[in-house]
Design a protein around this ligand. Structure first.
Ligand code: FAD
Length: 568
């Protein structure tokens, strides 16, 4: 029949054969294997779990960098299409490093992934746990005048949206103060400092007004406020004093702190050194000074020692008093019944309490210590198999080890401070070899009130991101073999160990090429050598070789040529 057809219509026949072969081939029907491959591909795509990551800060970026399992379809949502190295933000305020040197485009980071990661420059404004969806709004309207709204479905949601500044509802702060949280804030501060100097140089300005304009006030004596004060002082002394010689004696820097000391979270020796150094440098440190209002030219405080209200004229004020909750997180917390909290409560595996498949990490979340303590109490009760209400001392120690393994974040605390006290306390109260569980629980609530949450730092956020990515990398195998290796059978513990924070120490740069370092084991180092340690740690911690090179060359440029004082 084919040869008959060829003989009657040879051209039409040829065309038909070509179309069938090539068309079928292109469409994937020329042989069965391509059709199957397509179906497989569709299946894999369908099987891939959808992960939505909110935020590209320390926690979100660390999660993305460490996620290796290609079995996920990842969508990232963040209003910032870059990662910013926040510890160097204070250095951007005076041009020691340039803003672009401490940011890395997020697309540079995710393009190296072996699987598809879709980045969306947008902000999430609603999380719908019922339908497992997040609602987002693009943010390009600022520049392009257009905004898009869209929603994304998720199987797993990773909330890493960080926090916003906390003004404690102090009147006038939002309108008149500068913050130091984002890259734009640091750039704005840099311009404003130069603005103040240029304005103070104008011939029409009165002497009194000149003094006001050159009065820089920093509110908050935490690490950021202290570092900014030190950076500003260096900028004035090293660079601006040479460029504005007539103004150098009129500059004043004041640091206001509501408590009795600055750098409260550091070792006492560091606090004392910093306070004395600031005094020597002529930075006016006012402790016990609570800001009650900020107007366009004055800042009002209530002095704790005297009870007096004081008004301080200023040229620029920088507000750095800690962090608060983002509105979208507050809304989400209401939805899931976590009201009256400052941040999202998670368990030790970073899962948001009462939520299925939602994880929260970094500044927007905290591990619920109360829940941990309740769990620990439950472990003790369980260990009391005979239901006597008493535990043998050896068993008690075993249970403590068990607790330490499951709840590492309290391990250090228990081991360091409480374990000895507990055993002693309980021994004292009831003889030597048995302990009363109820009494133990009472002692436990004591620990509860003393156990501190993890600090909201880049270190915690980055470690949490890496931990969660590791869990996600192993998720499939753990789901496949729920019983796990023999030694874990029945305990359900083999899946993922709880998050364990490893404190690597913290720095406080104090200006004049001096820094304070508090390293693990309460080892304290202060001075020029610590500054060099600071340089090397922060260079090594950069997220890419590109930013590392830029930061190091910025430091070199500053050493050779000084800081740039152009107001651009
Ligand atoms: P962030 O890093 O703040 O990231 C939050 C992300 O969420 C951002 O990408 C943001 O754009 C995005 N986002 C915000 N809103 C939305 C939304 N609606 N939808 C989607 N995405 C959203 N820590 C240290 O350990 N050492 C230091 O030396 C240090 N110095 C600091 C200096 C300064 C000036 C500042 C401000 C902080 C410093 N920190 C330091 C603290 C550290 O920066 C934070 O703890 C860390 O950034 C927290 O990481 P995160 O991922 O939770 O939040």
């Amino acid at each position: 029949r084919a040869s008959k057809a060829y003989q009657s219509h040879p051209h039409l026949y040829k065309l038909l054969v070509i179309c069938t072969v090539s068309g079928g081939g292109l469409l994937g029907f020329s042989d069965g294997r391509t059709a199957h491959a397509d179906a497989d591909h569709r299946d894999i795509k369908q099987k891939k779990k959808k992960v939505v990551v909110l935020g590209t800060g320390w926690a979100g970026t660390s999660f993305l960098k460490n996620l290796k399992d290609p079995g996920y379809d990842v969508q990232v949502v963040s209003p910032r299409n870059y990662f910013a190295f926040t510890p160097l933000l204070p250095s951007v305020t005076n041009g020691t490093v340039e803003a672009r040197s401490i940011v890395e485009p997020i697309r540079n980071i995710v393009r190296k992934k072996k699987f598809n990661v879709q980045f969306n420059e947008a902000e999430c404004y609603k999380i719908d746990t019922q339908n497992k969806k997040v609602y987002c709004r693009s943010i390009q309207d600022n520049n392009l005048g257009v905004s898009e709204e869209f929603s994304l479905e998720y199987d797993y949601l990773v909330i890493a949206m960080g926090a916003r500044v906390n003004t404690f509802n102090t009147p006038g702060v939002v309108e008149h103060a500068h913050f130091l949280k984002e890259i734009e804030d640091a750039q704005r501060i840099r311009r404003t400092v130069i603005d103040c100097f240029e304005r103070a140089s104008l011939p029409t300005i009165s002497e009194e007004e000149r003094k006001r304009i050159l009065h820089f006030v920093i509110v908050g004596g935490g690490p950021t406020g202290v570092e900014f004060a030190a950076e500003l002082h260096d900028f004035v002394i090293d660079d601006l004093a040479k460029l504005y010689p007539t103004l150098k004696d009129k500059v004043k820097i004041t640091l206001l702190e509501a408590t009795d000391h600055i750098l409260n979270m550091f070792d006492k020796r560091i606090t004392v050194f910093a306070e004395e150094k600031f005094q020597r440098d002529g930075i006016d440190l006012k402790t016990g000074s609570l800001v009650t209002k900020v107007s366009d030219k004055e800042i009002s405080t209530k002095e704790r020692a005297t009870g007096q209200n004081v008004s301080i004229p200023y040229g620029m004020v920088v507000w750095s008093t800690g962090i608060g909750t983002r509105p979208v997180i507050m809304d989400f917390m209401k939805q899931i019944g976590q009201t009256n909290r400052r941040v999202l409560a998670t368990d030790e595996w970073l899962r948001v309490e009462k939520c299925d498949s939602i994880y929260a990490l970094g500044d927007c979340a905290t591990i619920n210590q109360r829940k941990v303590m309740e769990d620990i109490a439950a472990i003790f009760s369980k260990a009391d198999t005979k239901n006597t209400g008493r535990l043998k001392v050896e068993d008690f120690k075993e249970v403590i080890n068990d607790v330490s393994e499951r709840y590492p974040q309290v391990e250090i605390y228990l081991k360091k401070k409480q374990l000895k006290n507990f055993v002693q306390l309980l021994k004292n109260s009831q003889g030597d070899d048995e302990l009363d569980i109820e009494k133990f629980k009472a002692a436990l609530s004591e620990v509860d009130s003393q156990t501190k949450n993890l600090p909201p730092t880049a270190q915690v956020a980055a470690q949490q991101g890496a931990y969660l990515a590791d869990c996600f990398n192993r998720m499939e195998i753990c789901e496949k073999y729920p019983e796990g290796p023999l030694r874990f059978r029945g305990s359900g513990r083999h899946r993922f160990r709880p998050f364990r924070y490893k404190h690597l120490g913290q720095f406080a740069p104090l200006g004049g090429e001096q820094a304070a370092a508090q390293l693990p084991g309460d080892w304290v180092s202060i001075g020029h050598s610590s500054q060099w340690l600071w340089y090397s740690v922060y260079a090594s911690k950069q997220v890419s070789w590109r930013t590392r090179m830029l930061v190091v060359s910025d430091w070199g440029r500053r050493f050779i040529f000084g800081r740039d004082s152009s107001r651009i």
